[in-house]
Design a protein around this ligand. Sequence first.
Ligand code: COA
Length: 139
Amino acid sequence: MEIVKATKSHAIELSALLKGLDTEEYSFSKVEKITPLIEEGNYYIAIDEGKIVGAIGLLIVEESCEIDALITSKKGVGKALIDFTVELCKNEHVKKLWCWSLKRYNAIGFYDKMGFKEQFLLEKHWCGEDCYIFGRVIE
Ligand SMILES: CC(C)(COP(=O)(O)OP(=O)(O)OC[C@H]1O[C@@H](n2cnc3c(N)ncnc32)[C@H](O)[C@@H]1OP(=O)(O)O)[C@@H](O)C(=O)NCCC(=O)NCCS
């Protein structure tokens, strides 16, 4: 498996994977939404045997990196994408990694294992749904 920067040629396959994050109220997977992020160079994909098996979208503002989207279709890929992002943050002198995560995704155990020690549950904060904010300081 390799992790590479996504290009516009990946947009359709990436969109299909990201559908797993969509809710009735909000779409992460619309090609119009992901194309600017790809163009800004902030979408990374994990490729295994020619297929996209994971993706992470990053929004870097000064010393802070937000994970805009993270999804995988194969075990072990989530950890690989977080490890990759932590190394990228270190290289870019980014000090904080954080994300919103809808409660319904039930991903708290994953972020816990990935060392996101700051965890706050915010009620009705994402299109009326409960969601967490997870944060990790990069050391
Ligand atoms: C959450 C998600 C990204 C995790 O990716 P993954 O490839 O399954 O994660 P990994 O296999 O690398 O797991 C790393 C560790 O976290 C654990 N883990 C993974 N998902 C977990 C979960 N939902 N709850 C508890 N533990 C979890 C694994 O068991 C593993 O533990 P180990 O090291 O003791 O074996 C993936 O399941 C996914 O895409 N879920 C749907 C979308 C989603 O919830 N995205 C994140 C919200 S923004």
